[in-house]
Design a protein around this ligand. Structure first.
Ligand code: HPA
Length: 280
């Protein structure tokens, strides 16, 4: 039986968080596999474990701490999910996207999403940072859409537009910062799959043909919910491995986490620069 969450449950979680923090952040961030250390830069951090938050699922994956970190980055109040919830862990789409809904109810207007992804684009390499310009939502096309079920009218409309899921002015800002900081930033389309098994070479050739540049197991549901709630979204994939189109390489979670160490400093420069330039 699918688990839908009500507005009352979302608000109970939001009220709990509100009672624990002094700030009211307008910027939310989700840090993907191996990228959680970005939250270590937050000044005067306050921590809330996912397990403490009413109705919040807990992250079961290595490389995902599973807590909220609230504080200041570049003078801006931020709320960061250090670790995320994945569909493959067995949670419903409503549970996977619950933290985004809660952020929305807490007044978050900007969402920066990051993930680890495999490169499908032939010239993208492990260690690259890819600005997500659009996504292919294969997992929701076949039914597992986080907006399936009763529509919460108070948070968004029944049939939300997704023509600009990733915010164009924010993308322009990211490109500008990358150029100023001398960080190379590639761009492309992210495809979100359910996981947890990695793709076969035939899967990957199919994904390439339909226009994907990088593949991962997250982000898309969160972005759909964020856009449903009117948030402006900026997304980055940290390229952790070459997707195995020829069948001769093996992808491991360890490799994905290791690549994070190269990606974090680059991503950090871009995200901090964007925060500096944001007028909130
Ligand atoms: N495939 C799917 N998800 C991933 C990959 C990949 O190659 N790398 C990191 N997350």
């Amino acid at each position: 039986m699918e688990k839908f969450l009500s507005l009352e449950q979302i608000d109970e979680a939001a009220n709990f968080i509100r009672s624990r923090i002094t700030a009211s952040p307008q910027i939310g961030m989700i840090l993907g596999s191996g990228l959680g250390s970005l939250a270590d830069l937050i000044e005067a951090p306050q921590f809330i474990e996912f397990a403490e938050i009413p109705f919040c699922p807990v992250s079961t994956v290595e490389g995902h701490k599973g807590r909220l970190v609230i504080g200041k980055l570049e003078g801006k109040q931020v709320m960061v999910l250090q670790g995320r919830i994945h569909y493959y862990e067995g949670y419903s789409m409503d549970q996977v996207t619950f933290p985004v809904r809660v952020m929305q109810r807490l007044g978050v207007e900007y969402l920066i999403v990051t993930n680890a992804a495999g490169a499908i684009h032939p010239s993208y390499m492990p260690g690259d940072v890819m600005l997500i310009t659009d996504h292919i939502s294969l997992m929701t096309m076949t039914g597992a859409n986080p907006l399936r079920g009763p529509n919460l009218r108070e948070v968004g409309e029944r049939f939300p537009d997704m023509s600009q899921a990733y915010d164009r002015p924010l993308m322009a800002l990211a490109r500008e910062v990358a150029a100023q900081e001398g960080v190379s930033l590639c761009e492309g389309v992210y495809i979100g799959l359910a996981g947890p098994s990695y793709e076969t070479p035939a899967d990957l050739r199919f994904l390439r043909v339909i226009g994907a540049d990088a593949v991962g197991m997250s982000t898309v549901p969160e972005v759909i919910v964020a856009r449903h709630g009117g948030m402006r979204v900026l997304g980055f994939s940290g390229i952790s491995n070459k997707a195995n189109l020829d069948g001769n390489t093996i992808t491991t979670h360890e490799e994905v986490l290791k690549a994070g160490e190269i990606i974090v400093p680059k991503l950090q420069k871009i995200i901090l620069g964007v925060l500096r330039k944001l007028s909130v």
